[in-house]
Each structure stands twice: as structure tokens, then as C-alpha cells.
Design a protein around this ligand. Structure first.
Ligand code: ATP
Length: 303
């Protein structure tokens, strides 16, 4: 049963929050996750045993006259890393929104360890999934507390360990006040790559069985990029992960790459299988090779 009992001033808060953080899905999901009234609740908890995710013949429409996703099927086996690539507007972020039940599928189903995600309590679903968004919100607090936000009850030594795994230690040591350096709107502004590593450290602390990484489209210097790739490998260990990728360097080691175009899957396979196919993925790869740059973004049409 659907229950709506939120006070109007809270709705006003949600509205302002959504407006101010449209790009930040993590924040939005956290906000929605706190409000059980927004989505139908069931007491069935998601039980993640292995971490297998199945996207089965998904169809999704915001409006009946335009399909955003059509017949999208792929599987992420337990512990695998699957990357989704494709032109801007292909539907990559929509997949993540559906996985979090920000929206429900119009056709087909998403199963986690055999459970249709519509049949489980959304809180338990969101607790099982950690997301590293493109743009991370930093609070007006120290960098250390910003990382602890991943799991507020974590001890100092657990936070420190996450900092090391996220390859943030040298960076934090170089700050004027080290761990106590104030960040956020009123403090030090971090670069895109540094913010993504803060998000990775938060996710390491949260230790979710399933990980979603929405790679920032802005180009990074190769040192930041390498630090992010190393940190990603750390958190992906033993976790099922879905990566929305814009750079080839992020996808070459994936167990599977799903290539999307106009809401459909064009190809799927490993890097070498897709190169051998000589289709859409190979074309993206050759475009990148021609540009002679490690940092070229796959979808150059993106803002
Ligand atoms: P990018 O690489 O640019 O992030 P993407 O592959 O992630 O793109 P999506 O963000 O999933 O693409 O968008 C897929 C399509 O859905 C786009 O055509 C977009 O315009 C459309 N879309 C996204 N959000 C909405 C919405 N709230 N209402 C209607 N259409 C939407």
C-alpha cells in the first residue's frame, strides 16, 4: 500500500534539495531512501547472497511516445565488473536510476540474486548498493568527517584505512591542516578527481555488496586518473560492480563491456571480443587511438 504522510514543509525541502543537486544522484537517493512514504513499502528485505544482477528485457519510457530503453538484457555475474559505454543520451544513467528504483521499469525486470527489485523494501535495496556519482557533494566539515559520512558509526582507524585504500593519503597529508582541513562550499574546493576519490573512500567504508561507479566525464590529468583506477580496483575486489564509463582506460579490464546506442544494446563482450567484432566499440576505440590521448572521453558529444 502507498502511504503519503509527509508534511508540506518537508516536500518543500525535497523540492529545493532536488533542484540544488540534480546532478548528484547519490544525494537524491539518500534523501529518498530516508523517506519510506515516497515508495510503496514491503517488509521483504533484499537478501544479497552472491551479488548476481540480471537486467531482463528492460523497456523504459518517461512518455509513451518515446522509448528510452528497449529490450535491454545483460547479466553481471557475482564479483564481476561490467562496464556500460555509449554515446551521450544512449540510456546509461537511466540503467542506474532503474537499479536504484528511482523509477520502475516499464517492461521486463531487474533481478538481484533472483529477487525482482520491485518485490523488496527499497531501503534494503539501497543499502546493498554503493554509488560513486559523477559529482560528489562535500559538506562544510573536515575532509575526514566528509569521508566518515560513508558510514557515520565507523571508527577513526576505519576511516583512515578507507583513505589509504582510496589513494587519498598523500593528498590529505599535503593539505594545510591535514585531516582537519575544512572542505565544501565554505572551505577548500577539491578537483573532480579528488572528489571522486572522496566518494570512493565513502563507498569503501560503506562496504556494500554491489558497487556502481558513474565516471566523471570531465577529463582528468593522468595522475588522478591512475589514482582513481587503482582505488576502483580496490573497492571492486570481491564486489559486483557496474561502471558507467567514459574512458577506455576504465573499461579494458572489465569482465564484460555493454555498448549502448539509442536505448538499445548494440554489442556486448570483452574488450578483445569487441575489437574483433569490428563494430561500434571498435569504432570508439579507433577514434580514441587517433586522438593520441589517454584521457579522451568516449562520448565526445557530452557537454
Ligand atoms: P550521458 O552519457 O550524457 O550521461 P546517458 O547515456 O547516461 O547519457 P541517459 O541520461 O540515461 O543517457 O538519458 C537517456 C535519454 O533519456 C536521453 O535522451 C534523455 O534526454 C532522456 N531523459 C533523461 N531524463 C529524462 C526525464 N526526466 N524526462 C524525459 N526524458 C529524460
Amino acid at each position: 500500500t502507498m502511504q503519503i504522510f509527509m508534511p508540506l514543509n518537508f516536500l518543500g525541502f525535497v523540492y529545493r534539495e532536488i533542484r540544488s543537486s540534480l546532478a548528484n544522484i547519490e544525494n537524491l537517493f539518500n534523501l529518498l531512501a530516508k523517506q519510506s512514504a515516497i515508495i510503496t513499502t514491503t517488509s521483504n528485505k533484499l537478501s544479497v547472497t552472491e551479488g548476481k544482477i540480471e537486467f531482463k528485457q528492460l523497456g523504459f519510457y518517461y512518455r509513451a511516445d518515446r522509448a528510452i530503453l528497449q529490450d535491454v538484457s545483460f547479466v553481471i555475474e557475482p564479483g564481476q565488473k561490467v562496464a556500460v559505454v555509449g554515446e551521450s543520451g544512449a540510456g546509461k544513467s537511466t540503467l542506474v536510476k532503474l537499479l536504484f528504483r528511482f523509477y520502475d521499469v516499464s517492461q521486463g525486470e531487474i533481478l538481484i540474486d533472483g529477487q525482482d527489485i520491485r518485490s523488496v523494501d527499497p531501503h534494503s535495496l539501497r543499502r546493498a548498493i554503493g554509488i560513486v556519482p559523477q559529482d560528489t557533494v562535500l559538506f562544510n566539515d573536515s575532509i575526514f568527517e566528509n569521508i566518515r559520512y560513508g558510514r557515520p558509526e565507523a571508527s577513526d582507524s576505519e576511516v583512515q584505512q578507507a583513505i589509504e585504500l582510496a589513494h587519498l593519503n598523500d593528498f590529505i597529508q599535503s593539505l594545510p591542516d591535514g585531516h582537519n582541513t575544512q572542505v565544501g562550499e565554505r572551505g577548500l574546493k577539491l578537483s573532480g578527481g579528488e572528489k571522486q576519490r572522496v566518494a570512493i573512500a565513502r563507498t569503501i567504508l560503506k562496504r556494500p555488496p554491489i558497487m556502481v561507479f558513474d565516471e566523471a566525464t570531465s577529463s582528468l590529468d593522468s595522475q588522478s586518473e591512475q589514482a582513481i583506477l587503482n582505488a576502483l580496483r580496490e573497492i571492486a575486489q570481491g564486489h559486483t560492480s557496474l561502471v558507467i564509463a567514459h574512458r577506455l582506460s576504465t573499461v579494458v579490464d572489465a569482465d564484460k563491456i555493454v555498448v549502448m546506442g539509442q536505448g538499445r544494446i548494440l554489442e556486448q563482450g570483452t574488450h578483445s571480443q569487441l575489437l574483433a567484432l569490428n563494430g561500434a566499440y571498435a569504432a570508439l576505440w579507433h577514434t580514441q587511438q587517433r586522438s593520441h590521448s589517454q584521457n579522451t572521453v568516449l562520448d565526445n558529444t557530452h557537454g
